[in-house]
Design a protein around this ligand. Sequence first.
Ligand SMILES: [Zn+2]
Ligand SMILES: [Zn+2]
Length: 79
Amino acid sequence: MLVRCDGTRSGYQLLCNGSVYQCVCGHTGCVQSKTATCSKQGFSVLGQCVACGAVGKHTLVAPEAVGFRRTLMQDPQTS
Ligand SMILES: [Zn+2]
Ligand SMILES: [Zn+2]
């Protein structure tokens, strides 16, 4: 199960529910085909981050991946 965008689609007042991606800069958001389509849009259809402008640097955010990163950061050399 993937993380879903909880932003609102502009003009529709509907839950976005799109897949959420994370940029190398840490910015997260969904990908929309038009600019400012979602209140939490993170990337353009070309994969350009709205925060830092990097293109194609976003990866899909999934709960498994988030948990894996958290484990790596909070469990240093203890086991
Ligand atoms: Zn969205
Ligand atoms: Zn970015």
